[in-house]
Design a protein around this ligand. Structure first.
Ligand code: ATP
Ligand code: MG
Length: 237
């Protein structure tokens, strides 16, 4: 059964439609890359899935259950967690404190276990656990944003613009971590400007342009026609 299913979903702000009639399914344990140029509606889609942007029509199913009108807090309970665009860390809190905030919905025992798991995934965060988030490098901040989301023990991680502003080495580190988490069973919805890198890790691909899907299908099909995909996403081939 699909972990997440969008059925002709339209969403937007006030009168304005940001995304129209979007449909895709994400199965348990899969990675779906959501691609497209600036303003295509990627963040709006992610925020709608998290319950922060208004659904205008269509439906959103989690585990086959209608979650279209489910409050945002409940979606966390259903196993969704967000790594937001721009990371949005608590800059005046330490690395450990940021992680603790991410695990607020879990018991103390879970918190300890999850902290160990995050520090095992990102040893750099352990080394910097007493440092303020604001003092971390961009790559370390992205690791912390991922770690904070993992603290709620999600089944589906939504990552918005993983590689934005990061050095290639840091992008590798973060992508490797996501691949490892995916091997352990975590489903991931990855929004990425870097089409090639996203295609390397994705099982499914959905490309948006001006709020509409222009390609939805297996990543294998997309990899066979990368030029076409680049023409959709606006990236250089
Ligand atoms: N809070 C908002 N209020 C009104 N319109 C918004 C809001 N946020 C986004 N939009 C509009 O919705 C459309 C889609 O924006 P969105 O941020 O989802 O695109 P995106 O694909 O994530 O772009 P980017 O690659 O630049 O992050 C744009 O036209 C944008 O101006
Ligand atoms: Mg965006």
């Amino acid at each position: 059964m699909a972990l997440l299913e969008l059925q002709n979903l339209s969403c937007g702000y006030g009168e304005m439609l940001a995304v129209s009639n979007l449909s895709f399914t994400l199965a348990e344990g899969e990675i779906l890359a959501l691609l497209g140029p600036n303003g295509a509606g990627k963040t709006s889609t992610i925020l709608t899935i998290m319950g922060h942007v208004q659904v205008k029509s269509g439906a959103l199913l989690i585990d086959g259950r209608d979650a279209t009108r489910l409050p945002a807090l409940k979606r966390t309970e259903f196993g969704l967690a967000l790594v937001p665009e721009g990371r949005r860390l608590f800059s005046d809190l330490t690395v450990s404190e940021n992680l603790t905030v991410g695990g607020y919905s879990r018991s103390r025992n879970d918190e300890k276990r999850n902290l160990t798991r995050v520090f095992d995934l990102f040893p750099r965060l352990f080394e910097r656990r007493t440092q303020l988030a604001a003092s971390l490098s961009g790559g370390e901040q992205q690791m912390l944003a991922i770690g904070r989301a993992l603290m709620s023990m999600p089944r589906l991680l939504l990552v918005d613009e993983l590689s934005l502003g990061l050095m290639p080495k840091m992008v590798d580190l973060c992508l490797d971590a996501l691949k490892r988490l995916n091997k352990e069973g975590l489903a991931i919805l990855l929004v990425e400007q870097n089409t090639s890198r996203a295609l390397d890790v994705a099982d499914q691909v959905c490309v948006l342009a001006s709020g509409r899907s222009v390609f939805t299908g297996p990543a294998e099909a997309a990899r066979k026609d990368v030029d076409l995909l680049h023409s959709y996403t606006g990236a250089a081939a």
